[in-house]
Design a protein around this ligand. Sequence first.
Ligand code: ADP
Length: 493
Amino acid sequence: MRVILASSEVVPFAKTGGLADVAGVLPRELEKLGHDVSIFLPAYQSIDRKLHEIKDANISFEIPIGDRLVAGKLLETVLPDSHVKVFLVEQPGYFNRDSFYGQSGKDFSDNCERFTFFCRAILESLIQRGEAPDLIHCNDWQTGLIPAVLKTDYNHHSCFEATRTLLTIHNLAYQGLFDYEKMAITGMAAKYFNWQQVEFFGKLNLLKTGIVFADMINTVSPTYAREIREPEQGCGLEGVLQERSGQLTGILNGIDVDDWNPETDPFLEENYSSNFNVHAGNPGKLVCKQALQKEANLKQDPEIPLIGIVGRLASQKGWPLILPVMKEFLENMNAQWVVLGTGDPNYHQQLETLQQKYPDKLGLNLGFSNEFAHRIEAGSDMFLMPSQYEPCGLNQMYSMAYGTVPIVRRTGGLADTVVNATHETCEYGTANGFCFDEFTEEALRTAVKSALQMYNDHRPIWNQLMQAGMKRDWSWRRSAKQYEELYRRTIQC
Ligand code: ADP
C-alpha cells in the first residue's frame, strides 16, 4: 500500500504529546510490513536542519488562503532507522515560531490559515510529485481539512481518484474551532457551513470537518471509540460520531519497547526481566525499589508497599480523588508514595503541604524528568492512574512492562489494557492490575486497599499479576498490524 501520513507532530522532529509518537513510530513499523509510507509535517523552526540532514525537495507551491496566494516549498529528510521519507512543509511566516500552536496559553490567531496551508500544501505536493496514494492517514484537527478538500475541490483529480482517507482522533477535546469568517480561508464553499457538515454551534470545527468527510475514523483505544459516542465524553460531537459509528473503530497505541524495556533500560540501578519465580519474587526489581526509596528520601524497606504516580497534575488524571485518598492513607497506612508531575499550581501546593507533613512516606518531584519517570516505573510496586477519561494512556503500559501493577479507573485505553484481579482472572492468569468504575473517592479507596491487601497477604498471586503484565506484547508491532488491516478496509470502502 502507498500511504501518506499527515501530522502536525512527529517524533523525533516535533512533539508535545502522544500524537507525535504515533506519527513517528507507526510508519517505521508499517515499512517493516512492506508498505510504502511517507510523512508530511510542518517545517517548524525548532527542527534542527543539520542534525536531521534536511534538504530541498525541489517542489514549491502557491496556496490560496482566502483571496491571497501564499508561497511555500517542500523540504525532505528520512525517519531515523528507516527509509520512510519525511516531507516538511516550509512557510516561514507560519512555522518559524517559538512554539507549534500558541503562546502564553493562547492559540495563535492564524491557526486556521497555518493548518489550511499545511493541508493544501500536502495535496499540491503530491500532485507535483505525481504520487497517487492509496490512503492519506490524517491526525487530529490540524489535518481535518484534507478529507474535505479531497471530496470537494479535488473530487475529479486523476491523482486522487483512488485515494481514501482515515482520520485518527487522539483527543476529542481539541477540535480546531474558529469563527465563521475563517470559512473563506479554508476555500470551502459556504454551503458546507451547516450543522451536518463543518459547523459547530455557529463556529467552523475542523475536527468535525474531518469526521464528516473522512472515509474511515479511528481513535487510540476501542473503549474510547465507544465512549465518545455518548454525551459524557463526546465533547459535543457525540451526535456526528454516532452518525458515523459504522466507520469508527479504536486501535490501542503501542509503547516504544526499545526505550521502555527493564532488561536494557540504562536509567535503572539494575536491569531485570519477566523470567522470575513467582514464589521467590524478582530480585532485580527489588534493587530498583530500594534505589527509588533512597532517591526519594523514603525509608529503605523492601516490605513497605510503594505506590508511584507520573503524569500531568490535571483533574483529567484523577487528582480530585487522589489527594484526599492519599492524605488518608499517609495518615493511616504503612505505604509509601512517589509522585512526579507538573501542572495545576493548586495541586502543586497541596502536594507540597502533604510532603512536608509526611516526608518519610511521600517522595515528591514537581518537575519533568524522563529518567526519574523510568526509575519510578521500575521501583514502584503499584502505579496509580484513576483518570476521568483516557483516550489511550501510556503510563499504565510502561508500568506493566516494568512489573508494576496498575490501579486504574475503567475508562478508555485503561479499560482496554488492565485486567482487573478477580478470583477468576487470577486463576486463569490473565489478571494484571486493579480496576474500578465510579469516579469517586470511595471507589478509588477500595481499589487501593484491595491492591495493598493482595501485596501484603498474597505475594505469589501479586507476583503473578506482575508477570502477566510484563509478558504481554505492548509493542507498536501489534498496533501496526491492526492499522494495516484498517488501511485495507478503508481502501476497499
Ligand atoms: P497524557 O498524554 O494524557 O499526558 P499519557 O499517559 O498518554 O498521558 O502520556 C504521558 C507521557 O508523558 C508519558 O510518557 C509520561 O511518562 C510522560 N510524563 C508526563 N509527566 C511527566 C513528568 N513530569 N516527567 C516525566 N515524564 C512525564
